[in-house]
Design a protein around this ligand. Structure first.
Ligand code: URA
Length: 240
């Protein structure tokens, strides 16, 4: 592993923010291989060097990302003051603490990522990185070609034009099943977009996020990303 700045290592280890880590270093609370380090900018080898804060060893957790198939009726959070079920209930005990990457609505299902890599989560959800999300959506009514064109050009949600790629997957009596891709993740975005063009959403399932696809992961199940998927996700989030 390449050398890393001591304050970055402290922040990865969950000891302190980078700024607070700098204060700890200046205050002489941080030791590297038995020596107090007081200057900022010192680089360490995270694999080999032994770092202590106030005499206690600190080490970053391994970075982990899992894919979950979120079922209906779970909140995309880690705790709910009202005691409703939350997605982390589905991960079981004993693993690292993971946080959902963005949200799926309580009544939505499908691909939800959970990670302890805060920087990756930030990139995946920030509109600057334009990470595509694809949903399979059942809407009320028959969606016309004009409406598909309007969505492709970009319908307006809360004052911003949101382009979407849309394909019709199935036409049923008074309902249409669509696949819709958007490149940002605002609150209720797909529902608002489709309501805007006169087709309220009846069912919404996320089937892809960046380069990842939900595939056959069973509802309520989760799995670690493969190394190939993890690398593709980093690239998709604009990390070299
Ligand atoms: N758009 C929505 O409206 N809901 C979701 O859960 C995700 C995208």
């Amino acid at each position: 592993m390449p050398a890393e700045r001591l304050q970055k290592y402290l922040s990865r280890a969950g000891v302190a923010s980078r700024r607070a880590g700098e204060e700890m270093i200046k205050a002489g609370r941080v030791m590297v291989n038995g020596q107090v380090v007081r200057e900022l900018g010192v680089k360490i080898d995270p694999e080999k060097d032994l770092v202590k804060v106030d005499g206690r060893r600190v080490r970053p957790e391994a970075l982990v990302t899992v894919m979950l198939h979120k079922p209906y009726g779970y909140l995309s959070t880690t705790k709910d003051p009202q005691g409703r079920r939350v997605v982390t209930d589905l991960l079981g005990e004993g693993g690292p603490r993971l946080y959902p990457v963005g949200r799926l609505d309580y009544d939505a299902t499908g691909l939800l990522l959970l990670t302890n890599d805060g920087e990756l989560a930030q990139r995946l959800t920030h509109p600057r990185y334009q990470v595509p999300r694809t949903y399979r959506v059942t809407v009320a009514g028959e969606v016309s070609r004009e409406t598909l064109g309007r969505l492709a050009r970009g319908a307006e949600v809360a004052g911003r034009v949101v382009p979407a790629e849309v394909q019709v997957r199935k036409r049923e009596a008074e309902k249409t099943v669509l696949e819709i891709t958007v490149w940002e993740g605002r609150y209720h975005l797909v529902k608002r977009l489709l309501s805007q063009v006169g087709h309220p959403v009846l069912k919404l399932k996320r089937i892809a996020y960046g380069p990842l696809r939900l595939g056959r992961l069973p509802r309520g199940g989760h799995r670690f990303l493969t190394p190939v998927e993890a690398a593709a996700l980093q690239t998709g989030a604009g990390r070299p």
